[in-house]
Design a protein around this ligand. Structure first.
Ligand code: CO
Length: 208
């Protein structure tokens, strides 16, 4: 890709925005009050705002390899803290995607260097759900299910935090698990039910 094109695109984007709203950037510079924190994969095909059709200012975004929320990852924990306790978002979405190379790499036996400890978190998801995953015939179906279960486990990691436990107690707040299907473009709500999955788990990790 020609990087000079990016600056030309940027100029066109500014012109288009100002054409529809002369105060667009003045308003944008006033601050942000997003209602949603989106945690997704860094994969270049899974674009966050574009696939959701959201505008600047509407979604707080965090992306990393395989949309992970490791318990000791300072970056993810800081994003959650800021979004929940300062920006006061009402929703946290973990959005995985089928054909995720991070999840695929975790299913294979290979020394990935610095990626080993990161991908080990996904192997932990496999271990937790080994009975279900081993009962699935076909590598692709198993791989897709691991993507879904990884989303679910990252939602579990989110509800372990004090910020999120306080938010559940104090206001209208929900954690959601979604998957983006690259083959169809469709966004799928996994309907990770608070009462059936997250509530019971929160009992174990309750700190508030
Ligand atoms: Co991915």
């Amino acid at each position: 890709m020609d990087l000079a094109q990016i600056f030309l695109n940027n100029q066109l984007w500014i012109e288009q925005k100002l054409k529809t709203d002369a105060n667009f950037f003045t308003n944008l510079s006033q601050g942000q009050s997003p209602k949603v924190l989106y945690i997704g994969c860094s994969d270049s095909r899974v674009t966050a705002e574009e696939l959701m059709g959201t505008k600047p200012g509407e979604v707080f975004v965090h992306r990393n390899i395989a949309n992970m929320v490791p318990n000791t990852d300072l970056s993810a924990m800081s994003v959650i803290n800021y979004a929940v306790s300062h920006l006061k978002v009402n929703h946290i979405v973990v959005c995985g995607h089928y054909y995720c190379n991070g999840v695929k790499a975790a299913m294979q036996s290979a020394d990935m260097g610095i990626l080993n400890p990161w991908l080990r978190n996904i192997r932990d998801v496999y271990r937790l759900h080994k009975a279900e995953l081993d009962s699935i015939t076909g590598e692709e179906a198993k791989y897709k299910r691991l993507v879904e279960l990884n989303v679910q486990e990252q939602c579990v990691n989110i509800i372990k935090t004090s910020d999120v436990q306080n938010a559940y107690k104090d206001r209208d707040f929900t954690v959601h698990g979604w998957v983006f299907d690259i083959h169809t473009g469709k966004l799928i709500d996994l309907k990770i039910d608070f009462d059936n999955i997250l509530k019971e788990i929160m009992e174990i990790y309750r700190i508030i």
